[in-house]
Design a protein around this ligand. Structure first.
Ligand code: DAH
Length: 388
């Protein structure tokens, strides 16, 4: 059985197998090619040599190639449309082969193509790597990467986000008022006139034009009533400022979360129920609380809701003092405040509360000194990365 293999003279020369003639017959072909005919076993022998020869040539050429252009030229020479390997495949007269020979040579050709592609890709990568190296001798590609510091949310932000979620789950809106506030909303509208001694309870940072840094988030109460009317359920988390001397439990900048419910027939029972529900969700455990009467000009009656200290279990420590943390002052909204908000106190009543958000975060995360929270030391925040 004879096999016919069309191959160009040129191509045979490029393969440098002039001696291949020992195994094959070259027959001039009508389209200027030689028809290479060989007997079965000879043909196989010749084919093996051709493929091996091409592999060797490719490897040699790639070894010598030191630039991207040189490797690209080799790719075109071997795998391009007129490249040696492509030509070898194109000019193989598969039609005249036995099924067995077709299969075997087809496999050989595929192997050859894969071999060429892999070697060329490797050579490209090597040239590229050495280029990078040449450009910057200081660059050590084997050096380990630089670790990036992970950011984290501030513990107060975490506590605030959680509180917002819990209140939203109970149908409260979350609203944010201005930190630079008018004296009116901060004091007068809340039943704290100029000459009222209650003003002394909150040492204030005064700005120009009767503006102040708000001393409490309660300043949002009347703003909100005027804007949205009743009925309403809302909380107002945010930053407050007081001219305080700083110690482990006092800061001049701290966070509160004011809350407000105005509707028909709102009583102290509603207030207690909401406070209990919120705190049990915040601390995810049973907490002990106590209610004491408290005086705030904008609520009547007014209370202090204290939380049994979670740090010392109520024994007393530097954070709480006597085992109780003053956490939520609250009360029924004073009729005068409702009036300032344009609400008729005969028709509506409501309660208000002021959660000490900074204190809450300290309790929640076991932070013993309030000064850590504003010190700007990233090592504080980094301890909370896993909570985000
Ligand atoms: N605004 C008060 C403060 O910062 C806290 C407060 C007390 C808020 C009683 C309230 C309340 O809503 O009912 O000291």
């Amino acid at each position: 059985m004879n096999f016919f293999w069309f191959i160009s003279e040129n191509f045979l020369e490029t393969l440098d197998i002039a001696d291949a003639g020992a195994d094959v017959f070259r027959v001039p072909d009508y389209n200027m090619r030689s028809r290479v005919c060989a007997h079965n076993d000879r043909w196989f022998c010749f084919k093996e040599r051709l493929v091996e020869n091409l592999k060797e040539k490719l490897a040699q050429a790639l070894n010598a190639a030191k630039s991207l252009e040189a490797v690209e030229k080799i790719r075109v020479d071997f795998l391009g449309r007129k490249g040696s390997i492509t030509t070898l495949a194109k000019n193989t007269d598969f039609a005249t082969m036995t099924a067995e020979a077709k299969k075997e040579f087809g496999q050989k050709l595929n192997e050859l193509k894969n071999f060429a592609q892999e070697r060329i890709a490797a050579a490209l990568a090597a040239v590229q790597a050495s280029n990078v190296h040449h450009k910057s001798n200081d660059l050590d590609l084997t050096a380990p990467g630089k670790g990036r510091r992970l950011g984290a949310l501030h513990p107060i932000t975490l506590a605030q986000m959680e509180l917002e979620d819990i209140f939203q789950g109970m149908g409260f809106s979350v609203l944010y008022g201005p930190e630079v506030e008018s004296e009116y909303f901060c004091f007068e509208a809340l039943n704290i006139p100029h000459d009222h001694p209650a003003r002394d309870m909150q040492d204030t940072f005064w700005l120009k034009n009767q503006l102040i840094l708000r001393t409490h988030t309660s300043a949002n109460q009347v703003r909100t009533l005027l804007r949205f009317g009743a009925p309403i359920r809302a909380i107002f988390p945010g930053r407050c400022f007081r001219y305080e001397s700083v110690d482990p439990s006092h800061e001049n900048t701290f966070y509160q979360c004011e809350g407000l419910v105005v509707d028909k027939d709102i009583s102290v029972a509603n207030l207690i129920a909401v406070m209990k529900t919120i705190l049990s969700q915040v601390f995810k455990r049973d907490v002990k609380v106590r209610l004491r009467p408290g005086y705030f000009p904008f609520v009547e009656p007014g209370f202090e809701l204290d939380l049994n200290c979670l740090l010392c279990g109520g024994k007393g420590c530097s954070t709480c003092g006597d085992g109780w943390i003053e956490l939520i002052p609250c009360g029924l909204i004073h009729p005068e405040v409702l009036r300032h908000g344009g609400i008729d106190p005969k028709e509506y009543s409501g309660f208000a509360f002021g959660v000490g958000l900074t204190r809450l975060a300290m309790m929640k995360f076991g932070i013993r000194d309030i000064r850590y929270l504003n010190c700007g030391d990233l090592r504080v925040n980094e301890q909370f990365t896993t909570l985000v």
